[in-house]
Design a binder for this molecule. Sequence first.
Ligand code: FAD
Length: 429
Amino acid sequence: MTKNDERIDIVIAGGGFAGLSLAIALRQGLGPSTAIMVADPALGKNHDGDERASAIVAAARRLFETLGVWESVAGEAQPILDMVVTDSRVEDAVRPVFLTFAGDVEPGEPFAHMIENRFLLDALEKKAREVGIALRAAAVSNFTHAPESGRPDARPWGGGQLSEQGPQSIRVSLADGSSVSARLLVAADGARSSIRDQAGIAVHGWEYGQSAIVTTVTHERDHEGRAVEHFLPSGPFAILPLKGRRSSIVWTETAKEAERIVALPDDAFHVELEQRFKLHLGDISAVGPRRAHPLGFFVARSFIAERIALVGDAAHLIHPIAGQGLNMGLRDVAALAEVIVDAARLGLDVGGAEVLERYQRWRRFDTMTMGVMTDGLNRLFSNRSAVLRLVRDIGLGMVDRVPNLKQLFIREAAGLVGDVPKLLRGKSL
Ligand SMILES: Cc1cc2nc3c(=O)[nH]c(=O)nc-3n(C[C@H](O)[C@H](O)[C@H](O)COP(=O)(O)OP(=O)(O)OC[C@H]3O[C@@H](n4cnc5c(N)ncnc54)[C@H](O)[C@@H]3O)c2cc1C
């Protein structure tokens, strides 16, 4: 540590969903004597430019409720009351339904809610401010490990065990010229994480050559809380219910076609949209911005390095086909917060090897499973093969007819299966 370094216990790079949720969870579990900082150049800016909405599954909603964030956004959240899956071509007049889901995970608790990202991000930032997290509107530009370890520089780490006599702290430099010394640096800086790169952690994955067009649509008739996923040959076209007579569209096309469609004049865009949406909710019109998000898949080779933990999209990126990316990130958040709080209560070092390895054991396998599943789903559905169409339709039809299997799918999709961290079960740390 140099003379000018501020001492912070935990620095979180990235004030998106993952970074802010983690900061609030740690503050709740560790109390005000632990100094926590979130650094992100986007802090303090409004999120109105984000046209996306997210499906927040039951487990993630429980986490937000436990953090005291859900109550301020509940009025904007639309419960998903049922879900319909079809498999057809754009030009098909009738879209046979192969799978339906309905019902709550617990009485009165829907398996998911749809909410616009801007509401949730605003509420998280407000809560973080209220509970006394230091919010710094600057990027993390680099880090070095403290000289006590005898290693002046960051050491790339590509696997194996972290050393028990590793560096005692990590020095984090911010783009505003300041620096802080911390026990732990959390990389919550998204899919293009520069911290992950600087730590020498590679990723396994690929680009899909697909993009998701996202826009919001208003319609004449009420959606009655129904989410619809049409599996079209170019990829899934999802109609996800928002509050009021509005739905969020997540529409997968090849990257080139998505670029073309997004750039169309409004009336031509409307024609393309209506061909896929159809008229089951009456007349529709697209409102607000539309944007194409390139899609890819990766899992980081390691979720940890010396005094560094990766969470959220910095650790993994998946196709939005099952609406699970953020929900997976919140599982990282809940697991990391739990291992850190447990360690602090035992008087252990919160950035030490033992804590980080427990986090990695908890999350990496689970992430691989979900990643492989969403990748497989996308490959199975985004194609024109008649054989694969038959295979998937038989599969969907079978799931639809076996109630116990369907209930298991719903609980799995709601994030309530497996070794679920406390916050996702609605329990405080
Ligand atoms: C079309 C689409 C639809 C989706 N729908 C769903 C859904 O329905 N349900 C779901 O669960 N998930 C969904 N996802 C996935 C979800 O949006 C992401 O998983 C989630 O936003 C990731 O959150 P994050 O906090 O990890 O990263 P991000 O949201 O990317 O936040 C990263 C933050 O880090 C900041 N940052 C970057 N570099 C630095 C730095 N050097 N220093 C400091 N800060 C930095 C950025 O400014 C940003 O604020 C969808 C994704 C897409 C593309």
